[in-house]
Design a binder for this molecule. Structure first.
Ligand code: COA
Length: 187
């Protein structure tokens, strides 16, 4: 499955576009609308050759409680390879998302009025390429695949400090279901 990213915005004028010389990843943030159409990221399924670049993005942007390892990334494609997508731009991986089917007990499914649940496990987009709709395109591809697999409810956890992610999920229709609290006790 492959899809061009379609949601993007201009940061430099369209005259700067040169179709024979597509922008490098470092210039991702300066993509114009035309460039994004012509050379913008492609969302496709994860392939074995992507592991290094995905690992590097995961370690840079998703090391909240634990640093993801190569084994974690390789493990994704053994558990639910159909739910593992990358965004590729100029032969570089600039974002990825991985989802997994969850198996809550029947009673929980009943309460949640759901037949099949899956979660967004991890998602990141390179800092230079943000606000071009890449995460939205990755999630759209993932949700299409979820639906094809009869998933009707999606859950996820997001660190409270990740304001961009919280905004994005809100925009995509996610509702707050619980909050994880903590308090440090004085020794
Ligand atoms: C969260 C993240 C994946 C968003 O990636 P992205 O490709 O920039 O997201 P999109 O361009 O698809 O943004 C979609 C919408 O989310 C909101 N949004 C995204 N980044 C935002 C920001 N920095 N500030 C405010 N709103 C933001 C906007 O409403 C945006 O739509 P708009 O640009 O049309 O206004 C990226 O910032 C990231 O990798 N963050 C670090 C890792 C992380 O938080 N992962 C998710 C945790 S589960």
């Amino acid at each position: 499955m492959e899809a061009r990213v379609t949601n993007h915005r201009s940061r430099i004028s369209d005259e700067n576009m040169n179709p024979d010389n597509p922008p490098r990843m470092a210039e991702c943030r300066t993509l114009t609308t035309n460039e994004a159409r012509a050379a913008g990221p492609i969302v496709r399924k994860f392939e074995a050759k992507d592991v290094e670049q995905v690992l590097s993005l995961a370690q840079k942007y998703t090391s909240w409680d634990a640093t993801p390892t190569r084994e974690d990334i390789e493990g994704f494609r053994y558990v639910n390879p159909e739910f593992f997508f990358v965004a590729e731009f100029n032969k570089r991986i600039v974002g990825f998302v991985y989802g997994r089917e969850s198996n809550p007990p029947a009673e929980v499914l009943d309460k949640w009025k759901s037949r099949k649940v899956a979660s967004v496990e991890t998602l990141a987009v390179d800092e230079d390429c943000r606000r071009h709709g890449i995460a939205t395109s990755l999630l759209t591809a993932l949700f299409t695949e979820f639906k094809r697999n009869e998933v009707d409810l999606v859950t996820l956890s997001v660190p409270a400090g990740e304001k961009a992610a919280r905004k994005m999920y809100g925009k995509m229709g996610f509702e707050l279901r619980a909050q994880f609290l903590w308090k440090r006790l004085a020794s």
